[in-house]
Design a protein around this ligand. Structure first.
Ligand code: ZN
Length: 368
């Protein structure tokens, strides 16, 4: 039997409106479901659906709108910031972590002798919401009585670069640094591997570390001029006990970037782009349950997070002891993961495979 066209149209229209009605009626559930589906897609970097979602996030206005929404929600949820951070000062060089969004950190680095400052990854865009976010930076800048001379941007993702243009509008002579391979908003000074940036007594070295994005950079503040440890602003390459996702590159590329971090001196302070310490250490505990350094750090982090205190900085030396992503050469880790170097596999290939295995396990861990 064939239904007449008008009946098919009627049934289709009625079904559509029923669906719409149900969506509106149960919009909270639909929103939760959509968020779950989106998070699931974003957690699977190898899948075509992820590629589409990622392209929309990085290359279209949709990504920006999504980001703005996240920002608005984070401000409602954490009006005073997601964590409490303590500034650190070494002989007139001050580092202030600024908690933004739901788990990001931007950093204000000040040379108090010449009253100039640099911001690393100002995470906030323009217009209404942005104005509020600038208040954070502006308030700190005004309170400290310093002039913003440069923005050091680690990569293009909105939660690291969204505030570049707006801040530049307020501080017109402020320079915006980053790598040209990433589409960094407001970029004025493209950087290459090992380029230097100097502002007052602040001497930074830019290091090219692709993998998370194609133009990811990290910034090493030289501590020698003030007789202090150096500081690494690592963006989304390395976190306390963790590593950023490889969105734009291979595991070999990521391994090489992680090796750049591991080659720095053990005393170097690590200032990452996100507050992920608690989760990352739980994952590390699953991978290496008998790692004593990780256990000690976990105890400390739990105490800090119970009071919503910032967990940075750690040091590169510490990270090499418990961060699984910086331990791809460790035999203990290979045993814990149950991976072995194959006969015709070179050492770099093998370590890249260890990273892939870690990433796979971390994805499963995140989905639980
Ligand atoms: Zn990122």
């Amino acid at each position: 039997m064939t239904l007449p066209d008008w009946m098919v149209t009627l049934v289709a229209t009625a079904s559509f409106f029923c669906f719409l009605f149900l969506c509106v009626r149960h919009r909270r559930k639909v929103q939760v479901l959509c968020r779950k589906v989106f998070s699931n897609i974003m957690a699977r970097t190898e899948k075509p659906l992820f590629r589409i979602a990622y392209t929309l996030y990085t290359k279209t206005r949709l990504g920006y709108l999504y980001y703005k929404r996240q920002m608005r929600k984070a401000r409602e949820q954490y009006p005073a910031g997601h964590s409490t951070s303590q500034p650190m000062e070494f002989n007139g060089i001050k580092i202030i972590p600024i908690p933004v969004l739901s788990d990001n950190y931007s950093y204000l680095v000040i040379d108090t002798a010449s009253s100039v400052a640099v911001v690393v990854d100002p995470a906030d865009p323009q217009k209404v919401q942005v104005v509020k976010a600038f208040v954070i930076f502006q308030a700190v800048l005004e309170e400290e009585g310093v002039t913003l001379e440069a923005i050091l941007c680690t990569h293009k993702h909105w939660d690291h670069s969204g505030g570049n243009k707006g801040l530049k509008r307020i501080h017109s002579s402020c320079r915006v640094y980053g790598n040209a391979a990433d589409s960094i908003p407001g970029l004025t000074h493209p950087l290459s591997h090992k380029d230097s940036v100097t502002v007052g007594r602040l001497h930074f070295k830019a290091l090219f570390t692709p993998g998370h994005t194609v133009g990811h950079m990290i910034y090493l503040l030289d501590g020698r001029t003030v007789d202090a440890p150096s500081s690494l602003f690592s963006g989304d390459l390395v976190f306390l006990s963790g590593c950023g996702r490889t969105f734009e590159g291979s595991s070999t590329t990521m391994l090489s970037s992680l090796d750049t971090v591991a080659s720095l001196s053990d005393e170097t302070l690590l200032w990452p782009g996100h507050e992920y310490a608690e989760d990352n250490l739980l994952f590390a505990a699953e991978v290496e349950p008998r790692n004593a350094a990780r256990e000690n750090k976990s105890q400390w982090v739990l105490l800090q997070r119970a009071e919503k205190l910032c967990t940075c900085p750690s040091t590169i030396g510490e990270e090499k002891q418990y961060n699984p992503f910086l331990r791809s050469q460790s035999e203990e880790l290979h045993v814990a993961l149950g991976v072995q170097q194959l006969q015709d596999e070179d050492w770099t290939q093998f370590r890249a495979r260890v990273l892939e295995e870690l990433r796979k396990r971390k994805d499963l861990f995140n989905r639980r």
